[in-house]
Design a protein around this ligand. Structure first.
Ligand code: 6R9
Length: 653
């Protein structure tokens, strides 16, 4: 955490509206009263191993565990000695039962195609692709990178990896060739699964071109598998590249699943921390799957006849836990949509909900704010009466967006679950249980059973009611990250050293007199732009890698739609001149280095960056300038922020 942020964490939010669970909803839900929730929570707190051991019976194990938890802080092993397979839990056990012909995935492409995969279909496809991977020489323990659009082959590839014990690393299709290469190099992936492209707002996303750029600098890659999606012309490198359909045509659809140790790595997912290098979050099989499965059932109150629609991309953790593993482990029907919410018009999500009679919708505040801006006429033109529950994830939801979601989308009848969690936590940590917990606009409410969060000061002391502090988790939980891939030291120092003995989330929070948590955003140098995590350092490194840039500082600034926008301050190498053309060039450079999601919203050229006497960039000052709280004159040419810095220092003396 940056020292400067360590001051006081102040929340200005007060909210008095409380929405108890609708009685008819509560009557049918898995956990149907606050008393029931509290007794579950207390039971889990008093006897975590007994509790989790009992919960883990809901998964299918090929070998029972000997010990629930082996806790050697900060390293945890869950369900020690047990064996299972995630693809068996997500596919085979449903394909073998009454849900054989139930839709597992209802997929809709952006141009409008539809595809339904039943659990039986999924079993055939997953087994076939598992054999394809084996045929390419992938063995248990090899890492497979996946860089795909939101098409069924992405789910199939993920589960095929799980079937043979090859940890997958899914890289969001919006990342650039450079970002993809960095991730492949870090985990030494052996095979890359990609597609000829994907559709986004009617245009083709050139995934294969990016994959080629990455493959050229990744000697660990032995093969690239390409799914045909757009059909446009791409280059295929002989000996390295293979069409998915060619290999699949030759592969058997029978592939017995590996019986894997509970702690066998399931996947690595890269996410941003407070340094320039993305962190490879490592999740393992038994504990992660239990967390994803159980929270899907609890928080979304999932029933056999639900049609569940999570709008996240599988490139992010929400897609991993709540589009793939959680819903499928529960034998649910999931809707998967390839493209943009405003294509061909702003009513696309509502059309999907009407058509498939979606009952549960899980999306992000940034999307909700966009829907608000587009106007009520879009949702109002569709029949949304099938909806019974709404979810939110990725950033704090502002009460205004919450109320709009409640009224316009939920027809004032659907509970809203505001779910707080992280890539690191693997599954939802703080959220209402919709049949039990009264909801409040802006609060993620209470911790789930087995989760023990606390709000503390920098030295680990609990703060008082409604006082801001650092959000920490005090007990290990099954779906927690196990380490940072290949970097145990960084795992320890990032998560377990800031507040000794506790997992440090990087978020600020307060807890109110009723025990509800209010998340107040990051206390470190992590940005949250439209629900996507980025580090200021990552964008700074990208800028500084441009030959004309001497130094760069990046801060977040408030943005009505996306929560935060990216503001960059740049000093140029001697002899370089600031210009609009250079500004565009730098923007394009960041997009090339990281991806469009990191494109700076504004770039200011400055003679020097404001620094403290000890040489630290005064980010707080820059945040003020970026937010327009401090006038800094004409921003189209060079600014002299050192003057501001001097003024500030004088102020503070
Ligand atoms: C699942 C996911 C994690 C960070 C987290 C926090 C923010 C996520 C939130 C929320 C307030 C919520 N965050 N959910 N803040 N209320 N309901 O988003 O994972 O991409 O790793 O981001 O997102 O700041 O620390 P990830």
């Amino acid at each position: 955490m940056s020292a400067e942020n360590g001051g006081s964490i102040v929340s200005i939010l007060t909210e008095n509206r409380v929405f108890p669970p609708p009685p008819e909803f509560a009557a049918k839900s898995h956990v149907s009263s606050l008393e029931q929730y509290e007794s579950l929570w207390n039971r889990a707190k008093d006897d975590p191993e007994g509790f989790w051991g009992e919960m883990a019976q809901t998964l299918q194990w090929s070998k029972p565990w000997e010990k629930v938890l082996d806790w050697n802080p900060p390293f945890a092993k869950w369900f020690v000695g047990g064996e299972l397979n995630a693809s068996v839990n997500c596919v085979d056990r449903h394909a073998a039962g009454p849900n054989k012909d139930k839709a597992a995935i209802i997929w809709e492409g952006e141009p409008g195609e539809k595809r339904v995969l039943t659990y039986q279909d999924l079993l055939v496809e997953v087994s076939r692709f598992a054999n394809v991977l084996k045929g390419l020489g992938v063995v248990k323990g090899d890492v497979v990178a996946i860089y795909m659009p939101m098409i069924p082959e992405l789910v199939i590839a993920v589960l095929a990896c799980a079937r043979i014990g090859a940890p997958h690393t899914v890289v969001f299709g919006g990342f650039s060739a450079e970002a993809l290469a960095g991730r492949i190099q870090d985990c030494q992936a052996k095979v890359l699964v990609t597609a000829d492209g994907g559709f986004r707002r009617g245009k083709v996303v050139p995934l294969k071109e990016n994959a080629d750029g990455a493959a050229a600098v990744c000697p660990s890659l032995k093969a690239v598998v390409v799914a045909k999606r757009t059909g446009h012309d791409i280059a295929m490198t002989a000996g390295r590249d293979h069409w998915w359909h060619d290999l699949a045509a030759k592969a058997s659809s029978d592939c017995p699943a590996e019986s894997l140790d509970s702690e066998h790595p399931l996947y690595i997912l890269y996410t941003s921390g407070s340094t320039g290098k993305p962190k490879g979050i490592l999740h393992t099989t038994g504990g992660y799957l239990l967390g994803a499965a159980l929270t899907t059932k609890w928080v979304f109150d999932l029933k056999d006849d639900d049609v569940y629609f999570c709008t996240a991309d599988i490139g992010w953790v929400t897609g991993h836990s709540y589009l793939v593993y959680g819903p499928l482990a529960n034998g649910a029907t999931s809707v998967m949509y390839e493209g943009a919410p405003n294509w061909p018009d702003e009513g696309r999500f509502w059309k999907i909900i009407q058509e498939y009679k979606v009952s549960i919708l899980y999306t992000a505040p940034t999307a909700i704010r966009a829907f608000m801006k587009w106007g009520e006429q879009f949702p109002k033109s569709y029949d949304l009466s099938s909806l019974r529950l709404l979810g939110s994830v990725g950033e704090p939801i502002n009460p205004e967006a919450w109320m709009w979601y409640h009224r316009v989308i939920g027809g004032e009848r659907c509970p809203i679950v505001d779910t707080w969690w992280q890539t690191e936590t693997g599954s939802i940590m703080i959220a209402p249980m919709p049949g039990a917990t009264p909801t409040i606009p802006g609060s993620a409410t209470r911790p789930l059973p087995g989760i023990v969060p606390e709000v503390v000061t920098r030295d680990g002391k609990p703060v008082g009611v409604n006082e801001g502090g650092f959000l920490v988790i005090k007990q290990p939980w099954p779906s927690m990250l196990r380490t940072l891939y290949g970097d145990d030291e960084r795992y320890k120092s990032t998560y377990w050293s800031e507040v000794p003995g506790c997992y440090f989330t990087g978020d600020g929070a307060r807890r109110d007199e009723h025990g509800n948590f209010w998340i107040m955003g990051r206390v470190d140098d992590v940005l949250n732009v439209a629900g996507h995590r980025l580090s200021t350092m990552e964008v700074e490194s990208a800028l500084v890698s441009h030959p004309k840039v001497a130094e760069a500082a990046v801060v977040g600034k408030p943005d009505e739609l996306r929560g935060q926008a990216i503001s960059a301050f740049v000093t140029l190498e001697t002899g370089q001149e600031a210009s609009e053309a250079l500004r565009q060039e730098l923007r394009a450079h960041v997009v090339k280095e990281i991806g469009a999601l990191a494109r700076p919203d504004d770039i200011r050229f400055t003679e020097s960056l404001p620094k403290t006497r000890s040489g630290k960039i005064m980010r707080r000052l820059l945040r003020d300038v970026a937010a327009g709280r401090e006038s800094s004159g004409d921003t189209s040419t060079l600014e002299d922020l050192s003057v501001l810095a001097k003024l500030k220092e004088e102020d503070e003396v």
